[in-house]
Write a protein that binds this ligand. Structure first.
Ligand code: CA
Length: 582
């Protein structure tokens, strides 16, 4: 490893009463003991170790009490410079328990408390890694290239454990999802298909059933208060120069919910545990990226060190953080090398953040605004991108209109296919990395107002006996096929369009609720037209001359129609065109 120190945590009753020695050929750099005698942290230097296996000896009064073998495994070739996800990808987000049940035998396990009950909307339904593997060809046919399943490590909560964000063992895949070996197999199957595995990693908290929470190595391993203290969720306090110290502290140190102890990333032992665990998963499961939960609720300095340690070890590794804020300056603050954050001498080192302000406009109904006013209709979308100067890297923004924590697009727009097409066109042609949420591509809806279960419904066809199987063409309804065909055509076209992946964006002030932008490089140009008005619109192309240049026509990617750029362009109400200029 580039960083070759390894800290090993030993756990056992009164283990700290021992001294530690190790086989010749290995150097112990440090032994740390804490106020809890059941732990010892031993740091070794791994760089020049040639032994496949070596032995730690534990001695009390110079008498051997026990030994423990340990081994260092070989890394995969070129592990350090592994590729990661980027703007050439489309990410498919899966609610792991709700996609497909590939192995009904693992729906419940003896080692975990909550048993499967598909009749309980908030219960465990049996979706698993085997189900994801079984349907990778479906996702490939759709045109998505990277998978982000919600967390799959063990979450042993008695109820509501399916969401997986309250983990009880971060080295072990939850048996109801499969095994560690199956998770590695999942990566291998993705890689065979030229696709990528993004792990949903949680640094901010563990679940209260985590084995270590029952016997904390140090009292300050988690943030403790005299009585339960919630985070105030006001992430702005983390940089607001007018914020009180109290508010800033309670945002980061307060607990997200009562069942999730808030980890203290300012404790070097905690930070190292999280860093080494993350690196272990990258190596073990051959990962292609992380999505980090509740990024801006972590200790600010600690999470920057975590992110830097991982990206130092893997220079091409991409990490997207959940920074759920409502202002571009606030989100841009958290992206690596932010000049705004530099004002406060801060650098998160986080390569990618999520474009939540774009999501917010789509979520709040911009495609229902038929008439353009000074700040309404497509102007809202246009204005979102006028703030792009704040971001250090706009190609590394996640663009999306929904996820597992929001109402679904098809709920908000009542399964209106025209509005679906406009939204899908936008996120797949604008700068950044599109992220779509399982099931929307077949028209699935879901209302956050009715609770999380409604936005995390089972994918039809994922369970034996499902009457509707949307994984196959013959199983889809006419309506599902309509959504799928459009999405698949768009995503598959996008796959090889470098001009969309990293071309420059030039956009024009919307007129009559029609938004026009170009994605262009030295070789190619794509003109995107979104007509959000409820009338057919006609316009001349003169005002786009600086992008139209000598191009004379454009071929619409979806309809294959040729559009003459020298004549007036006609676009139907509530529709979009993606013109490859010729
Ligand atoms: Ca199962």
């Amino acid at each position: 490893m580039n960083h070759s120190d390894l800290q090993i945590m030993f756990y056992g009753k009164n283990i700290a009463q021992n001294d530690v020695k190790v086989s010749d050929g290995v150097i112990i750099k440090e032994v740390q003991k804490t106020e809890n005698p059941n732990y010892i942290f031993v740091t070794i230097e791994t760089k020049n170790v040639t032994l496949d296996e070596f032995t730690f000896s534990f001695l009390k009064n110079n008498k051997l009490t026990f030994t423990q073998k340990y081994s260092l495994k070989n890394r995969k070739e070129n592990s350090r410079y592994r590729k990661s996800f980027d703007s050439s990808d489309v990410i498919y987000l899966i609610m792991s328990d709700r996609f497909a049940n590939g192995n009904p035998n693992n729906d419940s396990s003896t080692s975990t408390a909550e048993k499967a009950n598909r009749n309980n909307p908030g219960g465990r339904h049996g979706g698993d890694i085997a189900g994801m593997i079984k349907n990778l060809d479906y996702i490939k046919e759709l045109g998505a290239t990277a998978l982000w399943p919600t967390p799959i490590c063990e979450d042993n909560d008695e109820t509501y454990s399916y969401h997986g964000y309250g983990q009880s063992d971060v080295y072990k895949i939850d048996p109801r999802y499969g095994t560690n070996e199956e998770y590695l197999q999942f990566s291998n199957e993705l890689h065979k298909r030229g696709m990528k595995n993004i792990m949903d990693y949680v640094t901010n908290h563990w679940g209260w059933k985590h084995w270590m929470y029952k016997d904390l190595p140090t009292r300050d391993w988690v943030h403790q208060f005299p009585k339960f203290t919630n985070s105030n969720y006001r992430m702005t306090t983390q940089f607001d120069i007018n914020a009180s110290k109290r508010d800033a502290k309670y945002c980061a140190d307060g607990w997200f919910v009562p069942s999730m102890p808030d980890l203290n990333q300012s404790n070097p032992l905690v930070l190292n545990y999280l860093t080494q665990n993350a690196i272990w998963w990258i190596e073990y499961a051959d990962l292609d990226g992380f999505r980090v939960d509740t990024y801006s609720y972590n200790d600010k300095e600690g999470i920057a060190k975590w992110t830097k340690a991982i990206t130092d070890e893997y220079p091409n590794f991409n990490i997207v953080g959940e920074v759920w804020m409502y202002d571009q300056a606030h989100m841009a603050y958290w992206q690596k090398d932010s000049k705004i954050a530099a004002i406060q001498s801060y650098n998160s080192y986080l390569p990618s953040v999520m474009d939540f302000t774009l999501q917010e406009q789509i979520h709040n109904g911009v495609f229902n605004e038929d008439k353009q006013e000074w700040r309404n209709g497509m102007v809202k979308i246009y204005e979102n991108f006028t703030n792009d100067f704040l971001y250090p890297n706009t190609n590394n923004l996640l663009v999306f209109f929904e996820n597992h924590d929001t109402s679904r697009l098809n709920e908000i727009y009542k399964n209106n296919f025209d509005k679906y097409k406009m939204a899908m066109t936008l996120i797949n042609t604008i700068r950044g990395i599109p992220q779509i949420y399982y099931g929307s591509e077949i028209g699935m809806a879901g209302d956050k107002g009715k609770g999380d279960a409604d936005i995390r419904r089972d994918f039809p066809g994922g369970w034996n006996g499902d009457s509707n199987n949307a994984f196959t063409k013959s199983g889809r309804t006419v309506e599902q096929q309509k959504f799928f065909d459009f999405t698949s055509k768009l995503l598959n076209w996008r796959k090889n369009k470098t001009v969309i992946h990293n071309g420059k964006t030039t956009h024009y002030i919307p007129e009559n609720n029609v938004y026009v932008y170009f994605r262009h490089n030295e070789k190619e140009s794509v003109m995107v037209i979104i007509n959000n008005s409820n009338e057919t619109q006609k316009f001349k192309t003169d005002r786009f001359q600086e992008n139209i240049l000598n191009f004379t026509s454009g071929k619409d990617v979806i309809s294959d129609k040729n559009i003459d750029l020298k004549k007036e362009i006609t676009i139907e109400a509530k529709s979009s065109m993606i013109l490859e200029l010729k």
